[in-house]
Design a protein around this ligand. Sequence first.
Ligand code: ADP
Ligand code: MG
Length: 733
Amino acid sequence: MLLSQEPLDRVLGDRTAKSFAKHLGLKTVADLLMHFPRRYSTRGELTPISELPIGETATVVADIVDVSERRMKGRAGSILEIRITDGHGFMSLTFFNQAWRQKELRVGARGLFAGKIGSYLGKLQLAHPDYELFPDEVADEDAKRWAQLPIPIYPAASTITTWAIQRAMAVVLDTLSPIEDELPAEVVRQHNLLSANDAIHKIHRPEIHDDWQRARETLKVHEAFLLQATLLKRRIENQHVRTTSRVAKSGGALAKFDAALPFELTKGQIEVGAQLQEDLEKTHPMNRLLQGEVGSGKTVVALRAMLAVADAGGQSALLAPTEVLAAQHFASMRKVLGDSLADEIGLTLLTGQLNTADHKRALLQLVSGKAQVVVGTHALIANRVEFFDLGLIVIDEQHRFGVEQREALRQKGKQPPHVLTMTATPIPRTLAVTVFGDLDVSTLSELPKGRQPIASHIVQLNQPALVARAWQRIAEEVGNGKQAFVVCPRIDEDDPGVELIESGGAAQEDQTFLDGTDEAAAEFAKKPRQPLASAIGMTESLKNVPALSGLAIGTLHGRMSSEEKAEVMGKFQNREIDVLVSTTVIEVGVDVPNATVMVILDADRFGVSQLHQLRGRVGRGTDPGLCLMLTTAEEGSIALERLSAVAKTTDGFELSEIDLELRREGDVLGESQSGGRSSLKLVRVVQDAKLIQQLRIDAEKLFEVDPTLEKHPLLAQTLELQDQVRQTYLTKV
Ligand code: ADP
Ligand code: MG
C-alpha cells in the first residue's frame, strides 16, 4: 500500500497542517490516512432533549425555532444563538463569531445536532456543535439511514477535535487517487479482504458498521504481513552481508578453557555452543538471540564463543546493562578463565567509571587488538572507542539496550560483526515471531545439574506473625552460613520509586515494556496506603529487628557511585555482609551462590518478569532458594493475582505469557523493540497471535518463490518506504 508522502500543508493549508504536525505528529497524507479511528459511534443513539446528560456528548434530532444574533458585551464579536426543539424540550446552540451560519441554520430547518452538553444560566446548551441539516423534503428513510451512519471517533488532541480530523480526512479522501494493493493476490483472496483502496476509504467513512469492521480486518492483515515481510527481508539481506568467518583453531584459548572447566556443560550448553561455532564460521554475520532461564549458564556459552573468536584472531565485546553487572562479569570471567588464560586473551574492563589512566589503557588495548575480550557498559559505544578487529558483540540482557545502541556498536567493526543477544526474560513465541522474527533463536531450557529449586511465598502485611517469620528465616539462613537479599522498590523517602538505571534512556522504556510496572503503579495510585519501603530506611529498620541483631547489614542502590557499589558487592561476595538491602540494581545477573533467601518488600510494585529476575538471585548454589514476597495488596486485586502467578511457577516462559496477558496491550511493543514509530497500530500481538503466525507463513511462501520481490514491485517499494521512515526516525533519536 503506497500512500502519498505529500506534505499535509499542500492539501490542508498551512495552519491546519502545522497544528496537525505539532499536536498529532501527522505530517504527510500517508500519516493522516493511517491515523485510524479509535472507535465509532452512531447518531442513532439519539437522546430526547429532556434527558440530556450535562457534561456528556450527545446527539439530538431537532427543529430550529429561533435564530438571533447579538454583540458580545464589552468586546468585539458576536454570538449566534439558535433555539431548537425536539417537540418536547428546548435547548440552545451557540456560535461565536460565526454569523455566516445563519444562512443555513434557518427557522424551520431540521437536522442532527451533536456535541458536549453544557449548561449556561441553568439552560441546556451546545457550544459549536457538529450538525448536519436534512434536506427540506427529507424522507424518513434517509433521516434514519443518516442517523445510523457510524461516526468515526479519532484519537484527538485538546486543540484538534475528532471532527476537525474527520473534516481533514474528508478533504484528503475526496481527492485521493486510487490506492493499489501491495499484498499478493493470493493473500487477499485467502483472507477474504477488501481491496486496499476500499479499506482505507471505509475505515474513515463507513456507511454501515460492517464496513469499518471489514476495513479494520483488512488493514490489520496488511500491517501484520508487512511486518513479517520486513523481518524476513532483513533476514534474507543479512545472508548477503559479508563478514570474516571465525574458525576456532585447535589447542587455542577455547580448548584450554574447556579442559580446565570445573563443571560439566549441560546438554543445552553443548548444543547451543555448537550452533554458535557453526554461525561464527559462516561468512555472513550471526544475528542470534539466546534465551535461557535465569541461572541456565548463558554466560559460559557466550564466553566460549568469544574465546573461539579470539582463537581466530578477532575481538569480542560483552555489553552489560549496568556498571555492577559489567564489573561482575569481568570478575567472574577472570575467575573462570584463570589468571593466565585471562591475561593471554587480554581480558579488559571498560566502563564510564574507570579513572583516566585506566580508561586510556583500556582504549589502547582495544585499538591495538591486545584486548581480545572486553567487558563493558554503554561506555563501549562512545565515539572514541575503536577496535582493532571487532568480530563478535555479545549483549547481555537485551531488554536494556535499544536498537540504536546495538547499531552504534555494530558500526565499530571493520566488517559487520557477529551479534549474540542474551535474555533471561523469555519471549513468548507469539511475541518472538512478531518482534524478533529477523533473529535466529536458541534456547537453554535446562538448568545446570544440582541447581536448587526456589520456593516462593506471598506474605501479606496484615499477618504480623508471618512477617516476623520472614525475618526469622533470614536469621536462620545466616546462622547456617548463608546470606540474604532484602529488595525495596525505592532508594529513600524522596525517591518516587522508579529507580534510574545506569545504562541510560532506553532502559526506562524497556523497563515498562517488560514489567508492566506501569499498571502496578496505576493500581497503586488509586488508593492511599503506607509509604513504600526504601532501601535506606529499611536498612535502619532491620537493625532494630531483634531476630537480626548482630548481623552485618549492607545497602546497595543506584544512587551510589560505582566504587561504592563495587565495594559493597565485593563485601557481599566475601561474606562480610550477611544481609544486603537493595533496590532493583541487583535485578539482572548478579551471581552470589551463597545467597539463599530473598525478601521482597512491596512486591506488588514489581512486574511479573522483574520478580522472576529478582528471585533468580537466590538458589544459585547447592542449597534451595527461598523468596518471600511481602505485600499490602488485597484479595482479588490484579496485584495479588500477579504475585500468585509468580509464586506458583518458576517457569519463565509460562510467566512471560501471563505477564503479556496481564499487561496493557499498548506497552507490548516498546519503541526500541519494534524499531521505531511505525510500530503496530491495529495488530495486537496477543489476540492476533494466530493471524500473525499465519501471515508469517504466507510471507515465507512469497519470499520462497520471489526472494528479491521482483514480481512484487509494489510490495518491495512499500517495504523500502517503511524502512526509510524508520531510518529518519532513528537518526532523530
Ligand atoms: P545466566 O544464564 O543467568 O546468565 P550464568 O551464566 O550467570 O547464568 O550462570 C550461573 C552460574 O552457574 C554461574 O556461577 C556459572 O558459573 C554456573 N554454571 C554455568 N554453567 C554451569 C554448568 N554446566 N554446571 C554448573 N554450573 C554452571
Ligand atoms: Mg547472566
